[in-house]
Design a protein around this ligand. Structure first.
Ligand SMILES: Nc1ncnc2c1ncn2[C@@H]1O[C@H](COP(=O)(O)OP(=O)(O)OP(=O)(O)O)[C@@H](O)[C@H]1O
Length: 254
């Protein structure tokens, strides 16, 4: 059997007396988009924080490609292929769209570029940045300062930064939150495109059932920090556990 791209084994974190993530064991394979659902306070964002390394685990392990990364710092996890969108916190508001993407590409490529002359390296970085910006449909705004972009376009740029990192695991926490009905489809289309590149694993924390229905191959449900359900969307959405306790009326239209 192939090794899962990402895996958590008995992963837990305790804040004082409260166990926010409680022994979650789950494997995520390449080519699979998993939606992580559950009521407010269920532990979804905390589970993400444990996987990406924002907070240390109290117990259990995180494995990437079978390698234990539980104690690996955030930046090193990122270099190993874990990519997380950060709800606008990693954008530089006074720089342009192009400058933001260029910075990420430069930082990610690091010293590997010394084999090129400086001018060639600069051109290559710019071309790579332009391609990513085009992919998220922000080319008309390429020279605009980030602070002047709409919220929706800032969210698209955030996805561009993630794509620029070329991760093997994409982690999205409510990627269309706060976006208008016109803007959200672009981000959802992008996630669908990434999913079509079948060697990636995508984790999506999402409340919107229409988004989950469109994109998810699998749903896991967290409740009180525990893994409460795991399976194909139709099965999980129809299960008593979800219908009664977790999603309530939101699922009626599924
Ligand atoms: N740093 C922290 N210190 C103490 N408690 C925390 C901390 N971070 C999260 N918690 C608690 O852990 C629990 C899980 O929170 P978390 O934000 O992961 O839930 P969630 O499922 O993402 O909720 P939501 O859907 O509202 O975003 C909550 O009870 C929260 O108050």
């Amino acid at each position: 059997m192939t090794v899962p791209l990402l895996e958590t084994q008995d992963l837990s974190v305790r804040f004082g007396g409260h166990v926010a993530v409680d022994a979650v064991t789950c494997a995520f394979r390449a080519g699979e988009l998993t939606a992580i659902v559950g009521p407010n306070g269920a532990g979804k964002t905390t589970y993400f924080n444990l996987i990406s390394g924002q907070i240390p685990a109290s117990a259990g392990r995180v494995l990437l490609d079978g390698r234990d990364i539980t104690r690996t710092p955030v930046a090193a996890r990122c270099r190993l292929g874990l990519g997380r969108a950060f709800q606008l916190t990693n954008l530089f508001p006074d720089l342009t769209v192009l400058e933001n993407v260029r910075l990420v590409i430069q930082a990610h490529r690091g010293r590997g570029f010394s084999i090129f002359s400086l001018a060639d390296a600069q051109r290559e970085v710019t071309e790579a940045a332009e391609a990513v910006i085009d992919r998220v449909r922000l080319t008309p705004l390429i020279s605009q300062k980030v602070s002047e972009l709409s919220h929706g376009n800032q969210r698209k740029l955030e996805v561009a930064l993630l794509i620029a990192l070329d991760p093997r695991v994409y982690m999205f926490d409510e990627p269309t939150a706060g976006m208008s009905v016109d803007e959200a489809p672009v981000v959802l289309d992008l996630i669908a495109e990434l999913k079509a590149e079948s060697d990636r694993t995508i984790l999506l924390v999402e409340h919107k059932m229409d988004v989950i229905r469109t994109l998810a191959d699998r749903i896991i449900v967290l409740h009180n920090g525990k893994l409460a359900a795991d399976g194909k969307p139709a099965e999980v959405m129809a299960s008593d556990v979800v219908q009664e306790a977790y999603m309530g009326k939101e699922l009626e239209d599924v």
